[in-house]
Design a protein around this ligand. Structure first.
Ligand code: NAD
Length: 367
C-alpha cells in the first residue's frame, strides 16, 4: 500500500521557518516510527503570487484536492498589502477552504501546565484545560444573501443574512459528535435560539443528530452565556459546536485562555473522500508575523501541533499524535521557550530551530 500523502504549503513570512521544523518531525516519524508519508511541497499566498501572478496556481489547487492532507504555514505580508483584492495572498487560503468545501473548523484550546501563567485568567481556572471548538465554516451570516449596503429613504442600510440549511447544520453537528466520541463524550451546542430562527433550527437539528450518539451527553447554551462560561469555568466543556459567526468570536476568546498565538493549531475538515479520510487542511492560527520573519524567532509549536492534529484526524494515529504532543509538553515543562513564551523573569530564548532540536530530542527519548 502506498504511503499517505501530504501537500505542504509553507506560504510567506514565518510560514517556511516553522514548516521546516514540521518537516523534521515528519522525517522523524518515517525514520523512527515506521510511519512514512509521501510529501510534496508547493507555493501559496505571496510566494505563489511572486512566482505565478496568482496566490494559488490551478495545479496546486488540483494537488490539494488529491492528497490526504494539506499542511499550510501562513500567508500575507506588507509587500502584498497594495495588491488588488482578487490576488491578495489571503485569496489563496480562501480558495483552498472553499473548493475543498472544508465546513468544520476545529480549534482546540489546550493549556500546557508549564504555560498556565501566560493566561489572563487565574492558573487554576486554565491549568489542564483541553477543549475543542467546532465552528461551521462555509455558511451563515458571512455568506448569506441578500447582503450589501443599500439606500433606503435618506440613509444607507447595511445588510447581512444569517442563513443555514438543515444539511449544513447536520454535517457540522456530526463532526462535533464524532470528535466527542474520541474525547470525553460531551457536546455543548451554542446559538441564540431565544432571538434567532436560525438558532431554533440549529438547536433542533443538533438535537436530532445527537440522538444518533446516545453515549454523548448533549447540552445547549445561548452563545452569549457561552462566552461568559468560557472565561468563568472553561473546563466544564469538552466539544463546543457553533455557527460561523459565534464560532469566530468564541474560538478566539477560548484561544486566548491558553496564552500565546505561537501555540495554537487548527484543522479544517470536509466530507470523507473515497478512502474514508476527510478532506483536510491543517494550519497554525497565527499569521505570517512579518515583524519577526527571517530572524529565527518564530515559535514552531502551533504548526507542529497542527501536524499532530493531522496524525489524529486524517491518519488515525492518535497514539503518535499524543507522542508528539507529549514531547512538546515535556520540553515546555523543562523550561524551553521561544521569545513569545518568555515571562517577565527573562532569559535567553531558543531560536526556531533550537526549539525544533529540543522537541526532536524529546521524541527520541519517548521511544
Ligand atoms: P500574526 O499572527 O502574523 O502576528 C501577530 C503577532 O504575534 C506578531 O507580533 C507576531 O510576531 C506574533 N506571532 C505570531 N505567530 C508567532 C509565532 N509562531 N511565534 C512567535 N510570535 C508569533 O498577525 P498579524 O501581524 O495581524 O498579520 C501579519 C500577516 O499575516 C498579515 O498579512 C495577515 O493578513 C496575515 N495573516 C495570515 C493568516 C493565515 O495565513 N492564516 C492569519 C492571520 C494573519
Amino acid at each position: 500500500m502506498s504511503n499517505p500523502s501530504i501537500l505542504i504549503l509553507p506560504g510567506d513570512g514565518i510560514g517556511p521557518e516553522v514548516m521546516d521544523q514540521v518537516t523534521r518531525v515528519i522525517d522523524w516519524f518515517g525514520a523512527k516510527r515506521d510511519l512514512s508519508f509521501d510529501v510534496s511541497t508547493d507555493l501559496v499566498g505571496g510566494a505563489a503570487y511572486d512566482a505565478h501572478g496568482t496566490p494559488l496556481h490551478d495545479d496546486t489547487m488540483a494537488k490539494a484536492q488529491e492528497v490526504d492532507a494539506v499542511l499550510l504555514g501562513a500567508v500575507g505580508g506588507p509587500k502584498y498589502d497594495d495588491l488588488d483584492f482578487s490576488v491578495k495572498p489571503e485569496r489563496g487560503l480562501l480558495r483552498l477552504r472553499k473548493e475543498m468545501d472544508l465546513y468544520a473548523n476545529l480549534r482546540p484550546a489546550q493549556c500546557f501546565d508549564a504555560l498556565a501563567d501566560f493566561s489572563s485568567l487565574k492558573k487554576d481556572v486554565v491549568a489542564g484545560l483541553d477543549i475543542m471548538i467546532v465552528r461551521e465554516l462555509t455558511s451563515g451570516v458571512y455568506f448569506g444573501e441578500p447582503r450589501g449596503i443599500i439606500e433606503e429613504g435618506n440613509e444607507r442600510v447595511g445588510i447581512n443574512t444569517q442563513r443555514y440549511t438543515e444539511s449544513e447544520i447536520e454535517r457540522a453537528a456530526r463532526s462535533a459528535f464524532e470528535l466527542a466520541m474520541r474525547r470525553n463524550k460531551k457536546v455543548c451546542s451554542m446559538e441564540k435560539a431565544n432571538v434567532m430562527e436560525s438558532g431554533i433550527l440549529w438547536r433542533e437539528v443538533v438535537t436530532r443528530v445527537g440522538a444518533e450518539y446516545p453515549e454523548v451527553e448533549l447540552s445547549h447554551m445561548y452563545a452569549d452565556n457561552g462566552a461568559m462560561q468560557l472565561v468563568r469555568a472553561p473546563k466544564q466543556f469538552d466539544v463546543i459546536v457553533t455557527d460561523n459567526l459565534f464560532g469566530d468570536i468564541l474560538s478566539d476568546c477560548a484561544a486566548m485562555l491558553t496564552g500565546s498565538l505561537g501555540m495554537l493549531p487548527s484543522a479544517s475538515l470536509g466530507a470523507p473522500m473515497a478512502n474514508g479520510r476527510p478532506k483536510a487542511m491543517y494550519e497554525p492560527v497565527h499569521g505570517s508575523a512579518p515583524d519577526i520573519a527571517g530572524q529565527g524567532k518564530a515559535n514552531p509549536i502551533a504548526c507542529m501541533l497542527s501536524f499532530a492534529m493531522a496524525l489524529r484526524y486524517s491518519f488515525d494515529q492518535g497514539d503518535e499524535a499524543a507522542r508528539l504532543e507529549g514531547a512538546i509538553e515535556k520540553v515546555l515543562a523543562d523550561g524551553a521557550r521561544t521569545g513569545d513564551l518568555m515571562g517577565p523573569e527573562g532569559g535567553i530564548p531558543l531560536s526556531t530551530s533550537q526549539m525544533g532540536d529540543a522537541i526532536l530530542n524529546a521524541l527520541d527519548a519517548s521511544r
